[in-house]
Every structure is written in C-alpha cells, then in structure tokens.
Design a protein around this ligand. Structure first.
Ligand code: HEC
Ligand code: HEC
Ligand code: HEC
Ligand code: HEC
Ligand code: HEC
Ligand code: HEC
Length: 253
C-alpha cells in the first residue's frame, strides 16, 4: 500500500480523531490492573497519555480504550470496524499464556508505534486484513515466504483484495491452531470459494470428511497445500479429474 494513498485519509481522520476523542467513552479503567490513562475530557487522546513504564511493560495499556463495548469506527470506504478487543481472546489463543515464549502484547503485532494513532487509518476492512500479513510475518517468516509465492499473495499484489490473508484463515485476536482440523479448514476456504465448497460437500470425499468425519478422506489442503497454494496447472485437470488423484497436485507443502 503506498503511503501516498493515505494522505487524504490522514487529513480526514485528523478530524475523525478529534470527533472520536469526544465520543469514545474511556470506561475500561476498572478492568486494568494499573490504569495509566485518566478519563480525558480533551477533544483528542492526549499526546503522552501513557507512562514510559507502561509502554515498556507490554503495550496492554491499549485496552484502556479498546476494551469498551459499542465503539465502532467508520473507515473511508464506509465499512465499520468494531474497536472492542477482549484481552481474554488473546489470553486463550495460541499467543496467550500457553505460548511457551510468553503471551504476546498488543504492540507485538500492531507495532511499538501503534499509539498515539497518527491518523493513518486503513481505507477499508480489506486493507486492514491485508495489513495482517506484515504483522504476522514479523515472527512467522516461513509461512509468510510460502504465502508470498502463492496465488493468494499474487492476487493481492495485483489488486484483488478479496484474496486470502493470514487473518482471513487464522483470525486476529482469537487464533487457534488449525492443525488436524480439516473440517474447520474446509469451512474457512468455503467462505470464499463457495461453489467449490458446495461441489466438494457433495463429492464422495466431502461426504466422508464432512458428514462421516472420516479424516482419511482428502481435504482441501491435502490436494492444494496450505500457504503456498497455486493455480492448479492445466495438466492437473487432465491427469487428475477433480476429487481423484491428490498426488498429482504439485503443491503439497
Ligand atoms: C486514548 C484511547 C486509545 C488508546 C490508548 C489506543 N487506542 Fe487504538 N483507537 C482509538 C480510537 C478512538 C480509534 C479509532 C480510529 C482513530 O480515531 O484513530 C482507534 C483505532 C485503532 C485501530 C484500528 C485502526 C487502525 O489504525 O488500524 C487499531 C488497530 C488500534 N486502534 C490499535 C491500538 C493499539 C495496538 C493500542 C496500544 C498500543 C491502541 N490502539 C491504543 C483509541 C485508542
Ligand atoms: C497476534 C497478533 C495481534 C495481537 C497480539 C493483537 N492484534 Fe489487534 N489485530 C490484529 C490483526 C491481524 C488485525 C486485523 C484484523 C482483521 O483484518 O480482521 C487486528 C485488528 C485490531 C483492531 C481493529 C478492529 C478489529 O478488531 O478488527 C483493533 C482495535 C485492535 N486490533 C487492537 C488490539 C489491541 C488493543 C490488542 C491488545 C489487547 C491487540 N489488537 C492485539 C492482530 C493482533
Ligand atoms: C511476536 C511474534 C509473533 C507474532 C507477531 C505472531 N505470532 Fe503466531 N506465534 C508466535 C509464537 C511464539 C507462537 C507459539 C509457538 C509456535 O507454535 O510456533 C505462535 C503460534 C501461532 C500459531 C499456532 C501454531 C501451531 O502450531 O498451530 C498460529 C496459527 C499463529 N501463531 C499464527 C499467527 C498469525 C496469523 C499472526 C498474525 C495475526 C501471528 N501468529 C503473529 C509468535 C508470533
Ligand atoms: C478471503 C477469501 C479466501 C480464502 C479464505 C481462501 N481463498 Fe483461495 N482464493 C481467493 C481469491 C480471491 C483467489 C483468486 C486470487 C487471484 O488470482 O486474484 C483465490 C485463489 C485460489 C486458488 C487458485 C484458483 C485459480 O483458478 O487460480 C486456489 C486453488 C485456492 N484459492 C484455494 C484455496 C484454499 C484451499 C483455501 C483454504 C485453505 C482458500 N483458497 C482460502 C480467496 C480466498
Ligand atoms: C488460505 C488459508 C491460510 C492463509 C492465507 C494462511 N494460513 Fe497459516 N495455516 C492455514 C492452515 C489450514 C494451517 C494448518 C496446516 C496443517 O494442517 O498443518 C495453517 C498453519 C499455520 C501455522 C502453524 C505451522 C504450520 O505451518 O503448520 C502458522 C504459524 C501459520 N499458519 C501462520 C500463518 C501466517 C503468518 C500467515 C500469513 C503470512 C498464514 N498462516 C496464512 C491456513 C492459512
Ligand atoms: C482430491 C483433491 C482435491 C480436493 C480434496 C480439493 N481440490 Fe480443489 N482442485 C483440485 C484439482 C485437481 C483442481 C483443478 C482441476 C479442476 O478445476 O477441476 C482443483 C481446483 C480448485 C480451484 C480452482 C478452480 C475452480 O473451480 O475455482 C479452487 C479455488 C479449489 N480447487 C479450491 C478447493 C477447496 C476450497 C477445497 C475444499 C473445500 C478443494 N479445492 C478440495 C483438487 C482438489
């Protein structure tokens, strides 16, 4: 995304920031162990509302504003995002307290400079989802590299923002492992590939997997791979009639 695109939104969101400062209730203090931000009557979030100590700690001061319900923000294209984030979702995710390397904080994904917000809002929900690739790639370089070589990333690069990003398949704050969950994965792919999913569901493999929970039946990723999915080459249509010979697919990763 070129930063030039944002210059307009920068201007607009400057005004929105002023507005939101007035409208956003800062109500979540009692839920935070160490409230570092006083409820502010100022028009915009104060420039230095957070002590250096808290910032160094973990970045979880973000929830002072983001734990509150009923806060929606309208992006430039008219879509709305819900600003509420439940820290419990993260705690119970793969990145939570069970994470052998310690729970992630907000800034591990959103960046140390996530706050104060500088007005560079994503233009749409899809742009926000695309930003997940950069966030997750900071740590998961292997999957990021595979994705970059596949058809979904190619689509994004060519401006097809409907193509799959990390957050589309994994979620953002409530991420759970997708290993050994072919049914759930089929549903995720099926969210976007509706007609293929319908066809699969009616096929003998789909019946076996989705109806009889027979995990020996080939699932989407058995034939297509996971992160490095590519366009099935023309000859796969010839050699491997649909739902027939997974081994003929070239992308098992
Ligand atoms: C003083 C209240 C406040 C604090 C503290 C705060 N935010 Fe926000 N946040 C907002 C408001 C209001 C918006 C709506 C958009 C705007 O006004 O910039 C927002 C929007 C966002 C968005 C969506 C838009 C975007 O830029 O992608 C993200 C993500 C976000 N905040 C993350 C964070 C993180 C991470 C932290 C901590 C490092 C944080 N916020 C701290 C008030 C706050
Ligand atoms: C594991 C990485 C990760 C962590 C940790 C994380 N976020 Fe996010 N966050 C994301 C991603 C990815 C998105 C974009 C979601 C999408 O496109 O659906 C997002 C979106 C958001 C948004 C926009 C509204 C929404 O929910 O889509 C806000 C606000 C936000 N995050 C705040 C926070 C706060 C506050 C914390 C800490 C309590 C936090 N995030 C921790 C990855 C993370
Ligand atoms: C600051 C580093 C960091 C960031 C950023 C991060 N992760 Fe992770 N992630 C980890 C660690 C550490 C683990 C736990 C150890 C492991 O399983 O690799 C983990 C685990 C996972 C797992 C479970 C792996 C499994 O075995 O099933 C998934 C899925 C995952 N992350 C996806 C994401 C996605 C998607 C994003 C972006 C929204 C993201 N991560 C952002 C560090 C990170
Ligand atoms: C968020 C929506 C989304 C999700 C989720 C998604 N895809 Fe896709 N997929 C797309 C889009 C859009 C394209 C077309 C990209 C382009 O070429 O512009 C695509 C392309 C493909 C292609 C290549 C099709 C062709 O004719 O070139 C295959 C194969 C594919 N996806 C399989 C999968 C599988 C398997 C999953 C689940 C593991 C999945 N997709 C999840 C949106 C999605
Ligand atoms: C098209 C859907 C899709 C997209 C896009 C996607 N993933 Fe995955 N990811 C999966 C599935 C399905 C699995 C489970 C694979 C399995 O069965 O072992 C997985 C597994 C993982 C794992 C666990 C380790 C592994 O490789 O099995 C991590 C970590 C991960 N993904 C991170 C990411 C990151 C980071 C991104 C973005 C750069 C991303 N994923 C994009 C579907 C996706
Ligand atoms: C048994 C192997 C196999 C399974 C299981 C499978 N596919 Fe495919 N898929 C193929 C082959 C081979 C092609 C190319 C030939 C064709 O188009 O018929 C293909 C084509 C595709 C295409 C591109 C062509 C189109 O019709 O859009 C998409 C997208 C796709 N599959 C997604 C999925 C999804 C999503 C699932 C799970 C619900 C899935 N596939 C399950 C083998 C498989």
């Amino acid at each position: 995304m070129s930063s030039r695109k944002y210059s307009y939104y920068l201007l607009v969101s400057g005004f929105l920031l002023l507005l939101m400062g007035l409208l956003l209730p800062v109500t979540a203090q009692e839920e935070t162990a160490e409230p570092v931000l006083e409820a502010t009557e100022e028009a915009a979030p104060p420039e230095q509302p957070v002590s250096d100590e808290a910032a160094e700690n973990d970045g979880n001061y973000c929830v002072i504003c983001h734990a509150g319900a009923d806060q929606v923000h309208t992006l430039a294209d008219g879509t709305q995002i819900d600003l509420q984030v439940n820290p419990e979702d993260i705690a119970q995710s793969v990145h939570g307290t069970a994470n052998p390397e310690g729970a992630l904080s907000c800034t591990d994904c959103h960046g140390e400079d996530a706050f104060p917000h500088d007005g560079k809002l994503p233009a749409s929900e899809r742009v926000l989802a695309v930003q997940s690739i950069e966030m997750c790639s900071q740590c998961h370089t292997e999957q990021a590299t595979e994705l970059a070589d596949g058809v979904h990333a190619a689509g994004l690069v060519h401006g097809n923002l409907r193509a799959a990003t990390c957050a589309d398949c994994h979620g953002s704050h409530d991420i759970q492992s997708l290993k050994d969950q072919p049914q759930a994965v089929a549903a995720i792919c099926g969210d976007c590939h509706v007609s293929v999913y319908d066809e699969y569901q009616e096929s003998v493999h789909g019946q076996a997997l989705l109806v009889n929970n027979d995990t020996n039946a080939p699932a989407c990723t058995d034939c297509h791979g996971v992160h490095g999915i590519i366009t099935p080459p023309p000859r796969s249509r010839v050699i491997a009639p649909r739902n027939c010979v997974p081994a003929a697919m070239p992308t098992k990763t």
